[in-house]
Structure formats: C-alpha cells, structure tokens
Design a protein around this ligand. Structure first.
Ligand code: PMP
Length: 360
C-alpha cells in the first residue's frame, strides 16, 4: 500500500503508527469484544483513555495544576462564541488582535455578544506578518486579549507572545498546538480543534485557568458554560469518544518521539527545508509570509503566474502530493507540515519543487 504525501491543512496527516494501532484494536478493544466506539462513555475502559489523554497533555505541554483541560465539541469555531459568552461581561471590552481570517471570525462572534476593540492588525499588509508586540494596544481592565497563534491560511505564526499582565491572554492554537514548547502560564485560555496536530476532528481541546471558570454568568446556556464541562470532567454528556481515543494515541506518539521539544526540532527542520527552496529560487517561488513571521506549520507561497500555479498543482497531484492548493479565500499554494507529516514527505516535496522550477 502506498500512503499519499499528505499536506492537507486539516483534517490532516496522522501518524501511521497511530492508525495501525487503532486498526489492530478496532474490532476488539482491550478484550471487551467491541470497538472503543461501541463502549459506554461511562465504562471503566473508556474512562481510562479519557483521563490518560488529559494526563499526557498536562505532561507534554507542561500545564500547571491551576489549569483544567476540557474536551468539547463544535470545533474551534464554537470557541469563537464560548470565549466571549463566558468571559466577556457587559462592563468590559474584549481585545482582538487580527492576524488572519480565523481571528476575524472570532471577533465577529464576540461582536454579537459584547464590546470589542481591535488592539492590533496586519490586515492592511494582507496578513503577511504578525504585528510588533510593542505596537499592540492593550489596556489593563479589558476582559481579555485574543490572538490566533498560527494563521493556517496565511502561513504566519506568533514567535513571541505579548505580556498582557492581569488581562487574560486567550489563544486559538488550532494549527500549532503541540508543535513547540509554550509557557502555558502566560495564557488564561488556550483552545484548539484537534484535526491538525492532535488527532481527528470532533474534539476541541480547551485549557482554561481555573479562576476564569468563575467568571461565567448563570444565564449562559448549560452546554455553552465551561463550568458545566469542568465540573463533570468533560463527561456532562456523551463526548466524542473515538476522537479522544485517537487523541490519546497521538499524544503517546509525541511522547514516544521525545516530546514537544524533539517534535519542534523536527518541525523546524522540515519548515527550513521548504523555506530554503523558496528563498533560493531567485523569485520563482514567492513566500507569502514575511520571514520573521513565518509559520513552521503552514508554508504558503505563490508562483510567477496563475498558469504556473495551476500546472504546479496539477503535476504535484499526479505525483501523489495531496492538499497543496492554498485556502479557497486566497489561492496560491500551501504545504501544511504538521507534526505527523514525515520528513520524507517534505523531502519529496522539496525535490518536486526544485525539479518544477528547473523545468519552468
Ligand atoms: N482556527 C484556526 C486557526 C483554524 O485553522 C481553523 C480551521 N482550519 C479554525 C479555527 C476552525 O476550526 P473548526 O473547523 O474546528 O471549527
């Protein structure tokens, strides 16, 4: 069997070892005579997986004890709503830093629910960079500051995070969680849809500082309150058990590969390999992101013409590369090289890019 060179932006490549382990257990999980999908979410067998995934996440991301992990549904998109619903009160303002379409979408939902302001934006620069930290307009007394740590569509990534002091910093880390070490204690809340670095779609991980759980007004609907899920260890209702099971296996895979620091080294190696091709192509490949804002997860680039881009994508497809088209909103090309994309896939893409440039 030939596996594709999968550069999808999400859902994205999963570690082969994880898929194989799930395949072996698919019909008979741990001697239960059924698959994990058929087990009760109240069963001991499932509970062990559910808690183990949390333990691994605490360990791998070095999450302090005053944070709680939640497994929610509704994707990162529901967090665009849940964050302001739980944390934005009528007397306060939520501060959104715009670095791409996902930050804009997060802002739009907050605008429906309360007062907002834009404390920084690179929109005028076509979201090709992350604003300077010193230029951000952050005021004490604001409800929170919201950022998107990695901009999946534009291929930019925050290299450092702002010090928001007493104002909770909230980050959408959907496309770079677990790709590098972060200091969780700098954040009030982190959220991420699983389908890039964590596992399959269906589960959204929320890491919330426990004191923020007390901010929620009683009027917030039950399922949209963080406290509902926090009080019941994310088992208030039926969680996406299969997604959490795969998440657990992906986390074990990260641990087995040396943890986040080792994965980060490999991510940098893979990203540099592709950025080197772009930088040494005499302008044939044009990176969208400015160099100091480049993402190690999504490498975005254009070719000299639409025709060449089309032919690049068509030939790449014919050679077994999947997912290299840019997001439908901006076009161009994008290679998403999340944790589970093997070095060999990046090497194959590098070689393809070099050969394509030589021919054209
Ligand atoms: N935020 C970011 C940074 C994303 O990349 C995505 C999805 N590509 C989303 C949010 C939306 O995630 P979901 O589809 O899980 O709602």
């Amino acid at each position: 069997m030939k596996r594709a060179f999968n550069f999808n932006a999400g859902p994205a490549a999963l570690p082969l070892e994880v898929l194989q382990a799930a395949q072996v257990e698919l019909l008979n999980y741990n001697g239960t005579g059924m698959s994990i999908m058929e087990l009760s979410h109240r069963s001991k067998d499932y509970e062990i997986v559910h808690n183990h995934a949390q333990e691994l996440l605490y360990k791998l991301l070095e999450i302090p004890e005053n944070y709680q992990i939640l497994f929610l549904q509704g994707g990162a998109s529901l967090q665009f709503t849940m964050v302001p619903m739980n944390l934005l009160s009528a007397d306060k303002t939520a501060n959104y830093i715009l670095t791409g379409s996902w930050s804009e979408k997060a802002l739009t939902e907050a605008e429906r629910l309360g007062n907002t302001k834009i404390g920084g934006s690179s929109k005028a620069g076509k979201y090709s960079y992350i604003p300077e930290l010193a230029e951000l307009d952050i005021e004490q007394g604001q409800a929170y500051v919201h950022i998107t740590s990695n901009n999946t569509i534009y291929g930019t990534q925050w290299q450092q995070f702002p010090d928001t002091k007493a104002v909770p910093l909230i980050a959408d880390m959907s496309s770079d969680i677990l790709s590098r070490r972060i200091n969780v204690s700098k954040f009030g809340l982190i959220y991420a849809g699983a389908q890039k670095n964590l596992g399959p779609s269906g589960v959204t991980v929320v890491i919330i500082r426990k004191d923020l759980l007390e901010w929620t007004q009683d009027s917030v609907p039950t399922m949209l309150k963080y406290t509902t899920h926090a009080e019941k260890n994310s088992l208030f209702n039926t969680p996406p058990t299969f997604s959490i099971y795969i998440l657990d296996k992906v986390l074990a895979w990260v641990e087995g590969n040396g943890g986040v620091e080792a994965i980060n080294k490999q991510n940098q190696f893979k990203a540099e390999m592709l950025y080197d091709v772009i930088d040494n192509s005499s302008g044939f490949y044009r990176g969208h992101a400015e160099k100091d804002s480049r993402s190690i997860m999504n490498v975005t680039f254009n070719l000299p013409s639409k025709e060449l881009e089309e032919s690049f994508l068509a030939q790449a497809k014919a050679e077994g590369f999947v997912g290299l088209g840019g997001h439908r909103s901006i076009g161009g090309c994008r290679a998403s090289i999340y944790n589970a994309v093997p070095v060999e896939a990046c090497e194959a893409l590098r070689d393809f890019m070099l050969a394509f440039r030589d021919k054209n």
